[in-house]
Design a protein around this ligand. Structure first.
Ligand code: ASP
Length: 587
């Protein structure tokens, strides 16, 4: 037996036993007459003791050779420690060593294998297998494992069947860019890696599987943004003979089950919000609802409390919108300037910021005192439901852009006020997304979710006359201001699907070439169906209280889409290129 116990399990009750442990040298303390080694494995750390006079000299010599991260096998007696360490579960015992074998020496690692390591990002990515030895990194993957197990347990109990769908599929123009794989046997032809198993899961519904899921790798060749991975994992699901309500109910159940079983948190019923309200009151389709700070329109569709006072900025604006920062009326000039600088950053893009300080004594002071008297400011404050000691922040301009800017400001202020606590969780359903969105670049409508999403029946009549007004049976689940999942009720009728493709600018021929198989399947008795997919990496990172999805992926790519460890993407040999009938153009 290589080991009788792990490095995490011995206690006082084991004192007197002879045991064999194996693991890595975490650290050595050599006091001359006494030598301690911390031996580490996945389960914990156990202290080894070697003493001049008591331990054989040859053993001591061997132990002294064992540097950091050497792999040792050690046999000895469990004894009670003189000075106990209450920080680790094995802290009451140590092993009086009788035998040591160096199973493998180790080069000095390029960074310390500690929770607080001295290694920078790139170095840790290059030596990811060493990074994974660190407890805090391994724990993140253990959390992921648990999430996957609990997802399967829940869905299995709900009669879902896990089905694997192919990874070599067909390239389609809709959505993000595909990763493609050249076919050797069919020169000039390519497979594509799936951006999601969307059409396959719909076909499984046609096949009568009724409830499908898969924890599945998806691939999107998008321009890299921070914390995006070209390959990522979804919990992909589809159900037949259901309405939107069934989906919301089932997957709210999944999220609540995960919170309960993985984190011991009883998540309340998930509130719902219309997409249009999310945009109006939060300027975002994924509002962070851990805190309130809803927008109030001082000038908008319903009211105008700002025009006609010679303040050109407000007069020209289609929207004047405010948020209230509670208890911030005493913000200093410097703090207010910082907020103004923030909204003027090119990434936010506002021209300026107006504020009203609702002082504790009830007086109001604003950056637009020249134009608005106390009564006007008071009306604003009342409309915003502000109270003495609050700070009102106001942006103005074109409606859509101003909402987006205010969303940024809202999040920024909340961050400053500590309202975005990673251990607090607030989930939300956002419902009734628009079916289509106009793309200026291509001068045509694109499907907001995907082309298989069904329009709302009551909006169908607008499809020809006013396509942008058509709402879809589409929904997102949002957690702490991050979209964690999205899906829709699908079209299951050939004619509707064909009409949809037409709206999206496909000719009949193109539609047939790309999606003929799906439309044909709809003619063989397709049941009404719908589904959803959750971003599994992101979900894990939120559960783990982290901003980074990379930490929850065993072997992630860096922000430039490179795997620094295996060093890819990389070139391939002339021979391979030839076999694949690919010519690389050289400059
Ligand atoms: N396939 C969709 C996605 O990847 C999710 C769905 O509609 O079920 O976003």
């Amino acid at each position: 037996m290589v080991r009788t116990h792990t490095c995490g399990e011995l206690r006082l009750s084991n004192v007197g036993q002879t045991v064999t442990l194996a693991g890595w040298v975490q650290r050595t303390r050599d006091k001359g007459s006494v030598l301690w080694i911390d031996l580490r494995d996945r389960y914990g750390i156990t202290q080894l003791l070697l003493e001049e006079g008591k331990t054989e000299t040859s053993l001591l010599e061997k132990a002294r050779q064992a540097g950091r991260e050497f792999v040792l096998q050690v046999t000895g007696e469990v004894i009670e420690r003189l000075s106990k360490n209450d920080k680790i579960p094995t802290g009451e015992i140590e092993i009086s060593v009788k035998k040591i074998d160096i199973l493998n020496p180790a080069k000095l690692p390029p960074f310390t294998i500690e929770d607080d390591t001295d290694g920078g990002d790139d170095l840790r990515m290059k030596y990811r297998y060493l990074d994974l030895r660190r407890n805090i990194v391994r724990e993140k993957l253990q959390l992921r494992h648990k999430m996957a197990q609990q997802t399967r347990a829940y869905l299995d109990a709900q009669q879902f069947i896990e089905v694997e769908t192919p990874v070599l599929i067909k390239s389609t123009p809709e959505g993000a860019r595909d990763f493609v794989v050249p076919s050797r046997m069919h020169a000039g032809e390519f497979y594509a890696l799936p951006q999601s198993p969307q059409t396959f899961k719909q076909l499984l519904m046609v096949s009568g599987f009724d409830r499908y899921y898969q924890i599945v790798k998806c691939f999107r060749d998008e321009d890299l943004r921070a914390d995006r991975q070209p390959e990522f994992t979804q919990i992909d699901c589809e159900m037949a003979f259901i309405e939107q309500e069934d989906i919301l109910h089932t997957f709210e159940g999944l999220i609540r089950h995960l919170f309960k079983s993985v984190k011991g948190i009883e998540l309340p019923a998930v509130p719902r919000m219309q997409y249009a309200d999310a945009m109006k009151y939060y300027g975002s389709d994924k509002p962070d609802t851990r805190f309130d700070m809803r927008f109030t329109e001082l000038k908008g569709e319903d009211r105008d409390l700002t025009s006609g006072k010679n303040f050109g900025v407000f007069d020209a604006a289609s929207l004047v919108v405010a948020i209230v920062a509670k208890k911030c009326s005493d913000y200093t000039r410097k703090q207010l300037d910082e907020l103004t600088e923030f909204v003027k950053r090119p990434q936010v893009g506002a021209k300026g910021l107006v504020y009203v300080q609702y002082k504790t004594d009830g007086s109001l002071k604003s950056s637009v005192d020249k134009f608005y008297d106390a009564d006007a400011l008071k009306t604003w404050a009342e409309t915003c439901k502000a109270e003495p000691s609050d700070l009102i922040l106001i942006l103005a301009g074109e409606t859509e852009a101003t909402r987006k800017q205010m969303n940024e400001l809202r999040l920024h202020v909340a961050e400053q006020l500590g309202l975005r606590d990673k251990s607090t969780f607030s989930a939300l359903w956002v419902l009734d997304f628009p079916l289509l969105e106009w793309n200026d670049e291509t001068q045509r409508y694109h499907a907001m979710h995907h082309p298989f999403t069904s329009p709302k029946k009551e909006d169908m009549h607008l499809l020809a006359s006013d396509p942008s007004k058509v709402r879809a049976n589409a929904y997102d689940m949002v957690l702490n201001g991050t979209e964690i999942g999205g899906g829709s009720i699908r079209i299951h009728n050939r004619d509707t699907q064909q009409m949809m493709f037409k709206q999206l600018g496909f000719t009949d021929e193109e539609a047939k070439k790309q999606f003929g198989f799906l439309m044909e399947a709809f003619e063989y008795g397709a049941p009404p169906h719908g589904g959803i997919a959750f971003g599994f990496d992101r979900l894990c990172s939120l559960f783990g209280g982290s901003d980074s999805i990379r930490d929850f992926i065993a072997f992630p790519k860096n922000n430039a889409g490179r795997d620094m460890m295996i060093d890819t993407p990389s070139t391939i040999s002339e021979e391979q290129l030839k076999e694949l009938s690919i010519q690389i153009r050289t400059k």
